[in-house]
Ligand binder design. Structure first.
Ligand SMILES: [Zn+2]
Length: 80
């Protein structure tokens, strides 16, 4: 094979260029790349789901606050 850096011709079984010393065969780890992409997708889905749930909790909190305020106001009005 030919070195991609200097163009020197090297034996097929050579792992490093005999001219410049660069690595000829780069180890391609496809499973790791797939794992990272899937993890990213999972993180995105989880973040979106948590964001939506947080907004729901915010609405519930607003409703609870309104109910509490109404309850306090009614109590004050009855007390007066
Ligand atoms: Zn080279």
């Amino acid at each position: 094979m030919y070195c991609r850096y200097c163009g020197e011709e090297n034996p097929e079984e050579a792992q490093f260029c005999r001219n410049c010393g660069k690595k000829l065969k780069e180890e391609i780890k496809k499973p790791k790349i797939i794992e990272t992409t899937t993890n990213n997708q999972n993180d995105n889905s989880e973040s979106s789901s948590t964001a939506s749930s947080s907004t729901d909790d915010g609405w519930i909190g607003c409703c609870c606050l309104a109910l509490i305020v109404i309850f306090i106001m009614s109590a004050l009005m009855s007390g007066i």
